[in-house]
Design a protein around this ligand. Structure first.
Ligand SMILES: [Zn+2]
Length: 315
């Protein structure tokens, strides 16, 4: 069975900070791994190298907070029932879904808190010969820290009953249909003033948590657009997150947009890439108008910068 492992990388909400996470690069190919070819991925999850190896063992690397893209591409597998095939990494499972070219893709999220080091990825549920575990190295993303000054009233904000549960459900949703393509767009045309993954302090006190998305320095009232096709799973004025829209893009990919002043969609609505979801505001846990947007893959916040062309940093 030919196993193709591609490293790509692709937020839980949080407040603002500046760390850049570059895409992971594949490690040197083991000498006993057959004849690999390295070529660029043709899609917009963009410019990430793809390592194609006929054989079993592939050494690869992924940064904390990024997504490992695992492809199965084998004539003995393609076209055969593969329902239930999963990739498991660090105790978390990701389902394989078919792509148009007949290969199978599983998006495996790696936690910001995953300790750097050597791990294995295992694949189960495929037909034919069992696949050997694949070695994967997690490398340190060197996330910085960021202090956010917040007022007492903001700091004391509590979520509505059911608010956190609704966010959690979006994060974990893995629906079988795919509404996204690989050309993601930025929700607003603005620079980012707080990157994904920064470890947060509030008024100088470590929170133990990190920024689960990207903050865009967007002015109040600016339209916020869907980064890709999807179904509206959340459209609600929450207390902690403020005006919130959550999209299920399908097959384990989700996105969230918070602090909106006004919503423009309703739950259950299908949206296309670029549709206006709502408008920039400063509702909920926010120190001023901006857009916090995040991405989830199969239960974890992941780095949005992996999914779309570079969003410029604010100076
Ligand atoms: Zn934020």
């Amino acid at each position: 069975m030919a196993l193709l492992v591609m490293l790509g990388s692709l937020c839980l909400w949080g407040s603002g900070g500046g760390v850049e996470v570059a895409n992971a690069q594949p490690a040197p190919v083991p000498t006993d791994a057959g004849t690999p070819t390295l070529k660029p991925m043709q899609s917009g999850i963009a410019e990430r190298p793809i390592l194609r190896v006929t054989g079993v063992l592939v050494a690869n690397t992924v940064k904390q907070g990024n997504v490992l893209n695992v492809y199965l591409n084998d004539s003995s597998t393609v076209g055969h029932p593969t329902a239930g095939a999963t990739a498991e990494f660090a105790g978390r499972k990701a389902t394989f879904f078919p792509k148009k070219d007949g290969s199978l893709l599983a998006l495996v999220p790696v936690s910001v808190f995953q300790k750097p080091g050597a791990y294995t990825l295992s694949i189960s549920g495929t037909q034919g010969d069992p696949l050997k575990p694949v070695p994967v190295s997690v490398i340190n993303a060197a996330f910085k820290t960021q202090n956010v000054s917040v007022s007492k009233s903001t700091e004391g904000l509590q979520p509505f009953p059911g608010e956190m549960e609704a966010i959690q459900a979006l994060k974990e949703r893995v629906s079988p249909l795919k509404f996204w393509d690989e050309g993601f767009i930025s929700p607003t045309p603005d620079c980012q003033n707080s990157p994904f993954g920064v470890l947060r302090l509030h008024n100088g006190v470590p929170t133990g948590d990190y920024h689960k998305g990207v903050d865009l320095r967007s002015p109040a009232g600016r339209p916020i657009r869907a980064i890709n096709g999807g179904v509206v799973q959340i459209a609600q004025m929450f207390r902690l997150h403020g005006g919130t829209v959550g999209l299920d893009h399908g097959q384990g990919v989700g996105s969230i947009y918070i602090h909106m002043s006004r919503l423009n969609v309703t739950p259950g609505q299908r949206v296309k890439k670029g549709d206006v979801l709502g408008f920039v505001g400063a509702t909920g846990f926010a120190t001023g108008p901006h857009l916090h947007w995040g991405m989830y893959v199969s239960g974890l916040p992941v780095n949005p910068n992996q999914w779309l062309p570079k969003v410029p940093r604010c100076n």
